[in-house]
Write a protein that binds this ligand. Structure first.
Ligand code: MOS
Length: 775
């Protein structure tokens, strides 16, 4: 266990609660999927038309003026300290204002949660419950009014006096007090892991790299802001809220308001992006529920973009020391990865950054550690590939430095160090296509044209460079239940509380249901995004489609069993006496040599309709294999010799992620991940004002995410890979692996273009200039 990289069953840790239901078990590739094409049809999004017609409402759009009252948050203007007085009189007299809630009059809540949580996403999350201020921007009051404008005008009139306390806001100053987490860190990972004798192996290695890399605070900023409508009716709470995992939101609200989960309904059918930021239940949902309770009327509350920077997720700042020791031929002898990461006094969140180096390359002597650096900032939280993304910047930059030191091709160095089994757990991989990603990618990208030395390839005033970085992400399977109903007209409906955060679940899950039932896509329908449907683990950890898809498979197994029973019970069934298991294919029920159209069978043998509710309980704790997606990122860019600005010219991402259910949506997921990776590599960085503790650049004018003009040409290639071990569909998840490795590939390409090594991410032009002047 201690050697296991990321216990597969563990991420309840972060990814919501556990639905009651089936026990964890390994369900290998199912007969229904064995012969299916590895790359499925790229059907366009089923929800696409509704979205462009404005007929797919987001959470804020369900109730309007007259019915719902509007809220506006008042935020703390100190990083740490205490509210000494709060004057709401002027706000309450302001036209249209209905009420102002503060810690002095808010309805009761439980909590606060302990600093270290068993499950970070299912714990009490109270707000306005104490005079203490924990971070700059924490809500200190909620103004409720008839209109949005009245609420905002009222908020400007709330007067708060503080007794500020000294706050720790500078990473470097807090670094000496870094501590080792006493518990497992995010995704159930061990903070520290070792194998062999790292110190000895590193000391004896003839070629070494020992460098420190920094990754900044980053913010996941979905286009749809965090917004919630809350309504209490007869003791029951309903929230319309963008939540990636409805079960987790339900658990959070139940614990905060001391309710049974059955007294809560979460509605979230359409979500405008998540990237991890909508896994937790954030303050606007809690405050909307508090406001609705206090007013006895629905309340709607949206965080502004600026408020989101303090009150949703961010990826915490890291400082990572990588030590690599190798033979002169390039064989790794020792891999060391020490991570220091921002955390807070009120909430321990430590990304699994150190795990990135635990599974990628073979080496006998290994060490990886995680240390928390406590700052009085908002808590970090999960952001697309938490851990793997910043971890890959450090390790994959260091591998490039090692290749340069060895005078070796960076692709060849990686291929040479490919492990036969998971290097720390010793378990076989369920499937692993990293070498194929590197080799086929190099071929397709024209890697052979990579300039042999920095500055060797020029295009006008641009130095051109090529870079590569590897990607990996665990292939989780989490519990999911689904109901499936076969109607007499031969159509089917599946229901689950699964969400579509823009990833395409509406479409891919309908495709899975259609394939399971042998029906055309037009004859099946999924209903998603309502916690009244059977519970799933939702969208997170790249496990959404696989987990809910596996739930669909189990429910359809139950339908096939019921069909066999009906046949056995109906002496006149044309299928009577046929041997063999039930298969559903081409709109027919097939048993051995005989078959019957599904609609005929239903009308004749199952006139009451058939309904199944089934599910799977995720993978068990102990697995006989190690299951991960893999990828290789290739980048060509230019660095301007006059300005040192970096411009991407081409990107290629190559991935081995098992079966692809929908080619078009899978490609779209990966493109999004790669673009977000380009943001991480080139522009995304949130700066803390060390005097006051606020994130300074908290809007899209100053927090730069890539736009079309930044990304000239992108290409995605999926490697044919049979995954037969970890789930019935043979999929491995694509939500996160696409962002991993891109920032390192960019830094490596900048080095290849200029000879400047930037170890502070993102690679902005000032850092390139600093590197040029140091040279
Ligand atoms: Mo992902 S960061 O678990 O949505």
């Amino acid at each position: 266990m201690a050697q296991q990289r990321q216990p597969q069953q563990q991420p309840p840790a972060n990814q919501g609660g556990q639905p009651a239901g089936p026990k964890p078990e390994i369900i290998p590739l199912a007969p229904e999927w064995r012969d299916a094409p590895m790359v499925g049809e790229g059907h366009p999004r089923l929800d696409g038309a509704a979205k462009v017609r404005g007929a797919a409402p987001y959470a804020y759009e369900y109730k309007g003026p007259g019915e719902a009252a509007y809220g506006w948050m008042v935020e703390a203007t100190i990083a740490k300290g205490r509210i000494t007085a709060i004057d709401t009189a002027a706000a309450e007299r302001s036209p249209g204002v209905l009420k102002v809630l503060t810690h002095l009059n808010a309805p009761p809540q439980s909590g606060p949660h302990p600093r270290v949580a068993q499950n970070r996403f299912a714990r009490p999350e109270p707000y306005l419950f104490q005079p203490e201020v924990r971070w700059y921007g924490e809500p200190v009051a909620l103004v409720l009014a008839e209109t949005l404008e009245a609420a905002r005008a009222g908020a400007a009139l709330v007067k708060v006096d503080y007794a500020p306390a000294a706050a720790d806001l500078e990473f470097d100053r807090a670094l000496p007090k870094a501590y080792k987490p006493a518990n497992k860190i995010n995704a159930g990972a061990e903070p520290d892991q070792a194998k062999g004798d790292f110190a000895k192996g590193f000391a004896a290695a003839p070629v070494t790299v020992d460098e420190t890399y920094v990754t900044p605070h980053e913010h996941n900023m979905p286009m749809e802001p965090h917004a919630t409508i809350a309504e209490w009716r007869e003791g029951k709470l309903t929230v319309w809220s963008p939540q990636q995992i409805l079960m987790a939101c339900k658990a959070t609200l139940a614990q905060t308001f001391k309710l049974e989960p059955s007294a809560i309904r979460v509605v979230s059918p359409f979500i405008g992006g998540g990237f991890g930021a909508k896994v937790p239940t954030h303050c606007q949902a809690i405050l909307a529920a508090l406001g609705a309770k206090a007013l006895g009327r629905p309340v709607k509350l949206a965080q502004t973009r600026q408020q989101m920077f303090a009150n949703t997720n961010h990826r915490p700042y890291t400082r990572q020391r990588i030590r690599l020791g190798a033979t002169r031929e390039g064989r790794l002898l020792a891999v060391g990865h020490e991570v220091f990461i921002q955390t807070t006094p009120h909430d321990e969140f430590i990304e699994q950054t150190a795990t990135f180096s635990r599974g990628l390359y073979e080496a006998p002597d290994r060490l990886s550690t995680s240390r928390g650096v406590i700052l009085d900032l908002p808590s970090g939280d999960i952001m697309r590939a938490p851990g793997e993304q910043p971890g890959s910047f450090a390790l994959e930059s260091a591998m490039d430095e090692l290749a340069a030191r060895l005078g070796m091709d960076p692709v060849r160095l990686r291929v040479m160090n490919e492990p036969k089994v998971d290097p720390e757990s010793g378990k076989p991989f369920s499937s692993r296509g990293l070498v194929a990603c590197l080799e086929q990618g190099a071929e397709r990208f024209g890697w052979a044209r990579r300039p042999a030395a920095p500055g060797a390839l020029r295009d006008g005033e641009w130095d051109v460079g090529f870079g590569v970085g590897c990607a990996t992400f665990p292939a989780y399977v989490r519990p999911a239940s689904v109901s499936v109903e076969l109607k007499l007209d031969g159509t089917a409906v599946g229901r689950a509380d699964m969400t579509d955060i823009g990833t395409g679940s509406w479409t891919s899950l309908a495709q899975i249901l259609a394939a399971e039932l042998g029906l055309p896509l037009a004859k099946v329908k999924m209903e998603l995004g309502d916690s009244d449907y059977p519970a799933t683990s939702g969208s997170g950890g790249s496990f959404g489609m696989t987990s809910t898809g596996a739930g669909i498979h189990v429910a359809c197994n139950d339908l096939r069993r019921q069909i066999a029973e009906k046949v056995a019970a109906d002496a006149n069934s044309p299928l009577q006496g046929a041997n063999g298991p039930v298969r559903l294919t081409d709109g027919r029920v097939v048993m051995g040599e005989r078959s019957q159209p599904l609609a005929d069978f239903l009308r004749r043998s199952a006139p009451q309709r058939l309904k199944a509710r089934g599910g799977q309980g995720g993978l068990p704790q102990e697995l006989p294999f190690s299951a991960h997606s893999f990828g290789a990122q290739f980048v060509e860019l230019g660095v301007n010799r006059v300005t040192s600005e970096v411009r991407l010219r081409r990107m290629l991402g190559v991935f081995a992620a098992g079966r692809i259910i929908n080619d078009k949506l899978a490609r779209s997921q990966i493109l999004g991940g790669m673009i977000m990776g380009a943001g991480a590599g080139l522009t995304e960085e949130t700066i803390v004002d060390a005097r006051w503790g606020q994130f300074v650049n908290r809007d899209f004018a100053e927090y730069h995410i890539p736009v079309h003009a930044d990304i000239k040409s992108m290409d995605v290639l999926f490697i044919e890979e049979r995954e037969a071990e970890s789930n019935p569909l043979g999929t491995k998840g694509l939500g996160e692996v696409g962002i991993v490795g891109v920032s390192a590939a960019i830094a490596n390409a900048v080095f290849n273009a200029t000879g400047v090594r930037v170890r502070d991410c993102p690679v902005t032009l000032d850092r390139v200039i600093a590197g040029r002047s140091a040279a």
